[in-house]
Design a protein around this ligand. Sequence first.
Ligand SMILES: C[S@@+](CC[C@H](N)C(=O)[O-])C[C@H]1O[C@@H](n2cnc3c(N)ncnc32)[C@H](O)[C@@H]1O
Length: 276
Amino acid sequence: MSSAHTVFPVPEEVGRLYDRLTALDTGTVGGSLHLGYWDAEDDGVPLVEAADRLTDMMTDRLHVDENHRVLDIGCGVGQPAMRIARRTGAHVTGISVSRGQVARATALADAAGLRDRVEFRYADAMRLPFEDNSFDAAIAIESIFHMPDREQVFREIRRVLRPGGRLVLTDFFERDPIPAGLRSAMDRCLRDFIMTLARPEDYVPMLSRAGLRFTELLDITEECVRRTFDRMSRSRRGEGGLRTAFDAAAGEKFGPADMIDVDEFGAVLLAAQKPV
Ligand SMILES: C[S@@+](CC[C@H](N)C(=O)[O-])C[C@H]1O[C@@H](n2cnc3c(N)ncnc32)[C@H](O)[C@@H]1O
């Protein structure tokens, strides 16, 4: 269940949003469309590397190698999928509801000589166009908050995973109720980015109803949200930080960088497994 926001994501609209972002994107985050991970405040690693670090932390939880097939749900322009394929040797299928992203990801994989190990398809996670038990693992990096029904996505993931197959994802969530004074700005931001926020207590019951066994829930707000938004807002103030396609799209509106002081806005890493 999602929090009581006014947003009901429609995959086609989300696809159009990402078509626009893909056209705007100058590759500032090295192709990854997700937060970075910094262990410590004074860790000076740039976002591109910190974003890859988050991908790697998640990939390590999949336990895959060259004999395995991985589904990347909400693949962006393919940087995480290509990194997973390079690091593990696994075959990775990335899906997105943005045709622009699928085309960009495919071109990047071609250029990288990785087309034998990665492929990208236009597909909606709510109705995965894959056979039962066809993947060894699934990953969803900052994509499920755009989907109309998290539990339905978990059901679909369970269906396409083989018994014992692992899922790891990151999501944004409402750590505590958003204060009344921030509610309308936050709602506007969620509407602009077509997102809903889950509540922390919802994850385990949702996974269990979908037939997946919960294995881990890690609050990564400090390491990811605070530290990425801090660097984004420094860039807005012209202090040589980072400007992302998201930031550009937010323009003068209340955007991700404004959430730096919103303690109630958090990120989680969630892991689960299909029972054997
Ligand atoms: C913030 S981007 C993250 C991209 C990528 N995981 C990364 O880390 O670079 C969100 C992604 O979710 C995808 N997405 C959103 N809703 C989707 C849906 N219903 N089915 C499949 N993909 C979806 C978007 O098209 C986009 O690729």
